[in-house]
Unconditional design. Structure first.
Length: 134
């Protein structure tokens, strides 16, 4: 069985070769994977950016390119990022679930659902994410 990181790389190949323009599904996958594996993130910025991205997508309806631009803007400032402890419950989906779905519209939808399911387990941190964006 493939490891989660191998599955993520397989999905990244799909999302990076996807002709989705402004939607940029890859950003949702990056953020969902990073937030879902926050215990493995050695730098607080990784989880903070993932949660910011998921919030902007799931709550504010941002397209992936818009999220990417916010990440680039935030990355220009040097600051210390808060540490977010991983939630006690797991998201209802993982990268493996997404890859089980047939490529195309169904998989694209699954990527969004995965991102939403990861945000769902972190949503109690929404006030802190909003404060970071101020």
């Amino acid at each position: 069985m493939s490891s989660e990181i191998d599955l993520y790389h397989e999905l990244s190949f799909y999302t990076l070769s996807h002709p989705d323009g402004e939607l940029f599904l890859h950003q949702y996958a990056v953020d969902a994977f990073a937030a879902q594996h926050s215990r493995d993130n050695p730098k607080p910025i990784t989880t903070a950016f993932a949660l910011i991205g998921l919030y902007l997508f799931a709550v504010k309806g941002f397209a992936g390119r818009q999220v990417q631009r916010v990440h680039m803007q935030l990355g220009k400032s040097k600051r210390s990022w808060p540490i977010f402890d991983a939630p006690s419950k797991n998201a209802k989906m993982s990268v493996g679930d997404v890859l089980k779905v047939e490529p195309g519209d169904a998989r694209d939808h699954a990527i969004k659902e995965w991102a939403r399911s990861v945000w769902e387990v972190w949503q109690d941190r929404q006030p802190e994410i909003e404060a970071l964006l101020q």
